[in-house]
Design a binder for this molecule. Sequence first.
Ligand SMILES: [Zn+2]
Ligand SMILES: [Zn+2]
Length: 231
Amino acid sequence: MKNTVKQCPNCHLRTEKEDDFFCSQCGTILEILPNSCEVCKAELGPDMKFCSKCGAKAPSPVQPSQERINRIMADYLYDKGKAINLTNPDASFRCMKKAAELGRNEAIIELGIYYYNQKNYEEAVECFRKTETFARSKYMLGMCYLLGKSDEKDEKEAVKWFKEAAEQGDTISQLELGECYLFGKGVEKDEKEAVKWFKEAAEQGHGTAIYRLREMGVDVSEYKPKQRKWS
Ligand SMILES: [Zn+2]
Ligand SMILES: [Zn+2]
């Protein structure tokens, strides 16, 4: 079995690398050259116009599907957006937005966080709803409802999202949920429930959760605080 040969439809540069999607010379999306005859299945060289066995016309290069192009573009733009994040926030935002439009979930979440930081909760909620299967989006939805308008109805909605993410094992949501129960935010005050969720977060080393438990008179000697990082 020979390797897949890809060719740039623009400048005709060739590559056999599996994970090359763009032409390294001109940036065009590469096409896959056919490697077998459609009629007799004989192997074809990349430059053969006709099958040497049966004489049939060689099939034309395979265009990737629009869906595949979108995915490749979205991945590419997402990585690019990450790479220029610190040096050029405007360019980074444009890349993330484009990648989000092309359906890359992580980019949709990044964009939601951007809107959230701008206090544009409506746009933020839209992004997080689109990606609501992710625990991080559930947590962020909770934060949007908690801080966005913050009436009683929204606090209940916030608790609903924190709970879903907490049950998925999201530490920071477990802490938030515990606090909602402790202070009666969007839910009836319930210290037992608060302790339950603080313990879940404390088990994963969440410092604030351990602090809350200690404050509530719970023995915390078994918990070790851990440096947290976003995943
Ligand atoms: Zn090219
Ligand atoms: Zn043939």
